[in-house]
Design a protein around this ligand. Structure first.
Ligand code: PMV
Length: 309
């Protein structure tokens, strides 16, 4: 009866541009989702019969990636859902990790591939960033070309991604959730229309790519001042692409006086922002004053792991 956990994530740099083949950096955070799995008489989730509608990730994971008997799944999560912090990816990863543990041991790459397959089928999502980082923990650097520290190469349809390990120091971030739930698909489509129509938008995407490459170097050197500056520049470029929102901008503005840098994280349009800071209490207060929900998180965490049997 394995108990397996997986972390939520933040995207440090490169969201949206990654859809056009540019690099992106995501990092695991110390908010985890835990899945306990046991053999049962029928498929159950938290004491309820498995429903394709309400448990879509679990249903697809069992249907397409499990060949044993019925499973009794218990899920317990510290990751708020719908806030862009990777709760659905952590669910797929922890459950598939538990299935892998039942077959003898967690195969990190196998779990990452299966979890991306589940997310693609349920959401039709654009990249394996969330599932890869939840699986690997620490940080991942995803790119359309192969570089140092390759973890795995994932292909789907005509697209492909090289997922690399990215060393992440123990840093403090404050997340500010706007309370607005914005689905990723329409935001990705909006940026695509803009990029297809104008050269200018493609140049903005290129610049985000350059910022992300520099960010990976600064992260390695633990240069928080430079990293913060890059985050804020990235936020401004994402705003030009049309994926910020008044709520996100309010929280970014509130955090900036006490932070090295701040930006929206994930698809935008709502969801969450992140601030890199050494004064988390100040940022928490500022975010609360502007109506956001703050979470103080640390990076440099493990990926999918067995908690016990
Ligand atoms: O909102 P999230 O955390 O699912 O992130 C979306 C990130 C995008 O780059 C906009 C899309 C993607 O899948 O990479």
């Amino acid at each position: 009866m394995p108990v397996v956990s997986a972390p939520g994530k933040i995207i440090l740099l490169g969201e949206h541009a990654v859809v056009f083949g540019k690099p992106a950096i995501a990092m695991g955070i110390d908010m985890r989702l835990t899945c306990k799995v046991a053999e049962g008489r029928s498929n159950m989730v938290n004491g309820q019969p498995l429903s394709d509608r309400y448990h879509s990730y679990i249903a697809v994971a069992i249907r397409d990636h499990w060949d044993g008997g019925p499973l009794n799944v218990t899920v317990d999560s510290e990751i708020p859902t719908g806030s862009g912090l990777g709760s659905s990816a952590a669910l797929s990863v922890a459950l598939l990790g538990a299935m892998s543990a039942m077959r003898g041991g967690i195969d990190e790459e196998g779990v990452a591939r299966a979890a991306f397959d589940v997310e693609s089928k349920v959401q039709g999502r654009a990249s394996p960033l969330d599932t890869s980082v939840s699986c690997h923990g620490h940080g991942v650097y995803i790119d359309s070309i192969e570089g140092e520290g390759l973890l795995w190469h994932i292909e789907r349809d005509v697209r492909q991604w090289y997922v690399h390990h990215c060393q992440v120091p123990d840093l403090t971030f404050v997340i500010g959730f706007t309370g607005v739930r914005a689905p990723t698909g329409p935001l990705v489509a909006k940026v695509k229309r803009y990029v297809d129509r104008t050269r200018f938008a493609m140049e903005v995407v290129d610049e985000i790519g350059t910022i992300t490459e520099e960010g990976a170097r600064r992260l390695r050197d633990r240069d928080v001042v430079a990293l913060g500056g890059l985050m804020t520049r990235d936020h401004n470029l994402l705003t030009i692409l049309g994926v910020s929102s008044p709520e996100l901008q309010r929280l970014v503005d509130a955090a900036l006086p006490y932070s090295y840098g701040a930006k929206l994280t994930g698809a935008g349009g709502g969801g969450s922002m992140i601030a890199l800071t050494d004064r988390p209490e100040k940022v928490v207060e500022a975010i609360q004053r502007r109506g956001g929900t703050p979470y103080v998180v640390r990076t440099g965490v493990d990926g999918v792991r067995v908690e016990g049997d």
